[in-house]
Design a protein around this ligand. Structure first.
Ligand code: IDP
Ligand code: MG
Length: 156
């Protein structure tokens, strides 16, 4: 792994599954050059959501958020790349869909704040915690994409 390579956790949320946007969203991460190193479909239980969204436990939207995240299965992914965490957040866009930049996933497909299609880790610390919460080591695949040196040509 390159020294500045980062891993980040993505959750394709229930609204994206309902709206048939799994492929579109996954395609955007792939085309950006991010390497998919783990992927699985699952339902999220109450305990896992309490842990994942612990920093939102005191927010008025917490109960609704947990209910929403259980409305359909989700798809979990781990993406890897140089500066992958920030790059992925840029691809995802602002939390509020109606304010998100056109060209971002939320900017192109979301209007809601709650139902904003995708979760992406926001720092190296949260990425590590979140990947450990959702994936076992043997579910992550180490390999080099053949286009690595072209995609990350002048990245540090
Ligand atoms: P993020 O997903 O862009 O990192 P966070 O502030 O970490 O946004 O919030 C986590 C998730 O909680 C959001 O993606 C969204 O689904 C939900 N959420 C955040 N703020 C609100 C709100 O004000 N009302 C309803 N749901 C919210
Ligand atoms: Mg967040």
């Amino acid at each position: 792994m390159h020294e500045n390579e980062e891993q980040t956790l993505i959750i394709i949320k229930p609204d994206a599954i309902h709206r048939g946007l799994l492929g579109e969203i996954t395609h955007r991460f792939e085309r950006k050059g991010l390497k998919l190193i783990g992927m699985k479909m699952t339902t999220l239980d109450e305990n896992t959501l309490e842990e994942h969204y612990a920093h939102h436990a005191d927010k008025p939207f917490f109960e609704d958020l947990k209910r929403f995240m259980q409305e359909a299965p989700v798809v979990l992914m781990v993406l890897s790349g140089i500066d992958a965490i920030k790059a992925t957040r840029n691809v995802v866009g602002d939390t509020a869909g109606h304010k998100a930049e056109p060209g971002s996933i939320r900017g192109d497909f979301a209007m809601s704040v709650q139902s904003n299609l995708v979760h992406a880790s926001d720092s190296p610390e949260t990425a590590e915690t979140e990947i450990n919460l959702f994936f076992d080591d043997q579910e992550l695949y180490e390999y080099q994409r053949n286009d690595f040196s072209a995609v990350f040509f002048d990245a540090d």
